[in-house]
Design a protein around this ligand. Structure first.
Ligand code: HEC
Length: 137
């Protein structure tokens, strides 16, 4: 009985400790150019590619879902890197999120070309989205 309590305590500690050490920010993804906000808006609005618009309704847009926030004025609250990590892999900052992880690489910064196809979005699409989200006033 004592053993199982100790094992349980370890399991709980194990679930908390790695979370505390997770990165909160990410630099530009290697291989991608500086983001283009206009392209980013197109990706954001596209219902087949990223589907951001199904959950978020940015300021000034007539359509959009309300599962996620409007993202109004987000650049005033977060750095570019903090916005990027949330688009890449929201699990780095939120346990059990509703938002999908669009560029999940498990903390790797430089991803070998053969693994890039494993993400929902390309590095360039993420950079374009970061540039667009930063324009939301
Ligand atoms: C299935 C719904 C859904 C989709 C699709 C989605 N999001 Fe989200 N988003 C959320 C929710 C909900 C949150 C709050 C964190 C959570 O609980 O998942 C969030 C959080 C965010 C945040 C952080 C906002 C803050 O103030 O903390 C950003 C930035 C963001 N989303 C951008 C995007 C972009 C860009 C896309 C498309 C690539 C996208 N989201 C697609 C639901 C979604």
């Amino acid at each position: 009985m004592k053993t199982s309590i100790a094992v349980l305590a370890l399991a709980v500690a194990g679930a908390i400790v790695p979370g505390a050490a997770l990165a909160q920010s990410a630099g530009r993804i290697s291989g991608a150019e500086a983001g283009n906000a206009e392209r980013g808006r197109e990706i954001f609005m596209d219902k087949d590619v990223a589907r951001c618009i199904l959950c978020h309704r940015p300021p000034g847009e007539k359509v959009g879902g309300n599962i996620g926030a409007t993202l109004r004025g987000i650049a005033g609250r977060m750095s570019e890197g903090e916005i990027r990590i949330r688009i890449m892999d929201i699990t780095k900052v939120r346990a059990d999120p509703l938002m999908p992880s669009f560029y999940k690489t498990d903390g790797l910064v430089r991803v070998a070309p053969e693994w890039r196809g494993k993400t929902l979005l390309t590095a360039q699409q993420v950079e374009d989205l970061v540039a667009y989200v930063q324009t939301l006033k």
